[in-house]
Design a protein around this ligand. Structure first.
Ligand code: AMP
Ligand code: MG
Length: 424
């Protein structure tokens, strides 16, 4: 007898010979995995196959033996190398027929652009018996779903901007109604200024006992330069119980990791900083040396940042630090460009000259050359000028890209702490 509570499984097959070259990556499966997990469906295997009926047929046959849900992406185009539709029909031994409505929709799409439909596009109107056609408002290739006794199979177009809305509009509701029950809820705590092992040491004793008989919570740690994410995924049958267990877990972890936790609602560090600047009615300026404008780049990625960011200077050259920021030549001579004194003078200069409420400065040695015994590669001076000035020299590990990314995160963190009145 079927176990109704059993966690359902899925496999994803990404079809496209370009995905087997060094030039294209299968990203559709990342989107699909997120959505399937939200439905409580485990993704057990992902396969990438070229545009080859034999390879695809073999992959599909294997997936159908193992998984409840099989999602194929790509290969629905009009050209001879698009083989997904035909291969699925042949593996399932279902004849195909031309669907008049689909053909008309494709023809109309061409007509709207003032063109006649090329004859080859007619193939896209072929539908395996029993399949449901999913309209594609963003392209010519319609999607297809097949509901079998034990399986759901979906065929979706390759381009992410066509696949994503189609999945959400048609496949997601289908799966949710077919297998109601287990759901997966997620939360993420984002931390900066701590290493992965520091976070693990504090968090492990807490997250290892978050699960309850009703709710299973699994935690994973994701590290990227300047940021550690603690991802909590909880599954159970009662949405309210899942949320309650997650809320309690997040609260306990956030308290233990404070003040290094900058968000528990998914916001990125630069977004948190912008929200704080807005709340404080602060305008910010920056003086960047080794980060070359990357800090202002991240801040101005945020929509609405033009009301908060005045601007800044990229002052790589020492003379420019003097001319554009008013760093005293004696301070540069006495302490060197990578020093707390110069970083402080850069921040003061940026704040004063640009009329900002708060200014942040970064000057460091990103490498690979330029290091000395006293100031090795990775030495970075950071300063903030504002209500409570801060200046310090730190050392970051890693290559040039890593040192720059860590410097930007540390600079943004200085602003976050100042704006939320946390100790720097
Ligand atoms: P197709 O539907 O096979 O004609 O794919 C059209 C385009 O969609 C390809 O050229 C890729 O740029 C893109 N695409 C196909 N499969 C994927 C995938 N798995 N992930 C991301 N993009 C894809
Ligand atoms: Mg293709």
């Amino acid at each position: 007898m079927a176990d109704v509570a059993r966690a359902r499984t899925a496999e994803i097959i990404a079809v496209g010979s370009e995905l087997l070259t060094p030039f294209r990556l299968d990203t559709n499966s990342l989107f699909l995995t997120g959505r399937l997990n939200d439905l409580g469906i485990d993704v057990r295997r992902k396969t990438v196959v070229g545009d080859d009926p034999q390879d695809l047929g073999g992959a599909l046959t294997g997936s159908l033996e193992r998984a409840d849900v099989v999602i194929l992406t790509g290969g629905l185009g009009p050209t001879a190398d698009d083989v997904t539709r035909e291969t699925v029909a042949s593996v399932l031994a279902r004849p195909m027929h031309e669907d008049a409505a689909v053909l008309e929709a494709i023809r109309a799409r061409f007509e709207r652009r003032g063109a006649a439909m090329p004859a080859i596009n007619r193939r896209q109107a072929l539908v395996p018996e029993g399949a449901r056609v999913l309209p594609n408002p963003n392209g010519t290739a319609p999607g297809l779903t097949l509901e079998l006794d034990d399986h759901v199979i979906a065929l979706l177009p390759g381009p992410p901007r066509e696949l994503q809305p189609m999945f959400d509009a048609h496949v997601l509701p289908l799966l949710a109604t077919r297998w109601p029950g287990r759901r997966l809820h997620r939360r993420v705590l984002k931390v900066t200024g701590r290493s992965e092992s520091q976070v693990e040491e504090i968090a492990h004793p807490i997250y290892s006992r978050l699960s309850t008989p009703e709710v299973t919570i699994t935690t994973s740690i994701l590290a990227s330069p300047g940021q550690i994410e603690l991802q909590l995924a909880a599954s159970g049958r009662q949405p309210a119980a899942i949320d309650a267990a997650l809320d309690a877990g997040v609260e306990e972890l956030a308290a233990a990791l404070a003040p290094a936790v900058f968000s528990t609602d998914g916001r990125a560090l630069e977004v948190v900083v912008c929200d704080l600047l807005r709340a404080r009615r602060w305008k910010i300026a920056a003086a960047e040396s080794c980060t070359g404008g990357l800090l202002l780049g991240r801040l101005t990625d945020v929509p609405g940042s033009s009301a908060l960011v005045l601007g800044g200077v990229v002052a790589y050259d020492n003379q420019l630090k003097i001319d554009a920021l008013g760093v005293p030549a004696e301070v540069l001579a006495a302490h060197g460009a990578v020093s707390a004194e110069v970083a402080r003078a850069m921040a003061e200069g940026a704040r004063r000259r640009f009329g900002a409420d708060v200014a942040v400065a970064i000057t460091g040695i990103a490498g690979p050359s330029g290091g000395t015994e006293a100031k090795p590669v990775g030495t970075v001076a950071l300063a903030l000028d504002g209500p409570e000035p801060v200046a310090r020299v730190v050392w970051f590990p890693g290559d040039r890209a890593m040192v720059r990314a860590l410097s930007v995160a540390a600079g943004l963190e200085l602003v976050r702490r100042a704006a939320s009145r946390l100790p720097a």
